[in-house]
Design a protein. Sequence first.
Length: 398
Amino acid sequence: MASPFALGALRRFPDVEAPELTAVDAADRLLLDESKSARAALAPGELVVIGDGYGALTLSAAAEGAHGIRVHQDPLLGERALARNANEFGLSDAFTWLPFSPDLVRGARVVLLRLPRALEALDDVAAMIAAHAAPDVTVFAGGRLKHMTVAMNDVLARSFERLDVTHARQKSRVLIARHPLKDVAARGPRCETHAMPGGASDATATATALTASEAGATPEMLTVCAFGGAFAGASIDIGTRLLLEHLPASLDGETGPAIDFACGTGVVAAWLALRNPRLSVYASDQSAVAVASARATADANGVGARVTVARDDGLSLRGDASASFIALNPPFHAGATVHTGLAARLFVEAARVLTPGGELWTVWNSHLPYRGQLERFVGPTRQVARNAKFTVTVSTRA
C-alpha cells in the first residue's frame, strides 16, 4: 500500500546518501510556492519539470492533482530516485520521463526548472522552451542564491520578452520568464579542435572553435563537442589532459573493448579510437548531456563506428571480467558537496568488469584519499604521474 505523500520523506537512493546530502531543498519549496496558482489552472499534459533532483517538484505537483507531467533529469541516478520515490507514494502514473528534445516541452504552459549552473545549459533549455512550448508558457526557474548569477537573467532574456525576479527566501530565488521569442534557434553542440595531448603539435597549436559540420580531426588533433552543461564544455580539462599524456601508446583490445568510464564529453574514448585504428571503445556516463556530447565528439573525429556510448549507472551493462582496460576520471562532487563515496562506487564497478591482470587508469585530485580505495577495491596501485593538482595511477586487478 502506498504511503501518504510527504515532501520531507523523499530519498536520494540509489544516489549517494549521507547526513549532509538532502533530496529536497529550499529552492524546491520556493518553486512550488511561486508556481502554485499557475499550476492549478493547467490541463493534463501542460506541466513540464526539468532538472528535478529527486522528485520534489514532480511528485509535489502530482500529489496536488497534476497528471501527464513531462519530466527530464540529466543524471540517471536522479531519474531512478524519482521512480523509486514515486512508487513509494503511489504516484508513478502521474508523469513520464522524456529525453531532452522538442517533445519534452511541446505545447507546455508551465515549466518548472531547477537552474543549471552552466549558462550554456540554461541557454539550451530556454531556447528549446521558447521554440516549442505554448505561446503563453510561463517558466519558473529557481535555485540557490550561491549558485545564481545576474548573467542568468541575460541568458533567459535571449529567449523571453519578460523576466520577473522573486524576493529571496531561505537563500533561494525564482526567475519567472514569459512571452517566448519564437524566432529563437535551437542550440547544437559547441565544438573545438585541440592539439592532441602528446601529439607532435601539442606545444604550439591553439584550440579553434568550429561548428559541428566543420569539425574534424587528424591523428595530431582532437575535436571535442559539448552540449550545454557537459563537464569542461568543449575544452579538455587539465586532469583529463594529464591522463591522456600518460596512457599507453597502443592497446590491442583482445579482451573486450577499451572502456572510457564516466566519459563526460568522450575525450578519452575518441583519443583511444584515434590512436588505435582497430580498437573498439565503450564509453558510459549517467549524464544524458554527457552521452549526447560523447556521441557528437566521436562522430566529429570520424570514429563513431568504433565508439559505443551508453547512459548507465556505473557499468551495469557490462559483464563481469569483460574488459582489460578502463580509463576513469571520477567525479567527486554531489551537487555542491565534495563526497568521496561517488568515486568508491565507480572503483568497485571497474574492479568487477576488469579481467584478472586488467588495468584501471585513473586521474584524480591529489588531495583526495583515492589511493587507498583503489588498492582496496581494485588491486595493486602505482603512481604514473603527478602535477600540482592531479595524480594519475594505474591499478591492476588482482
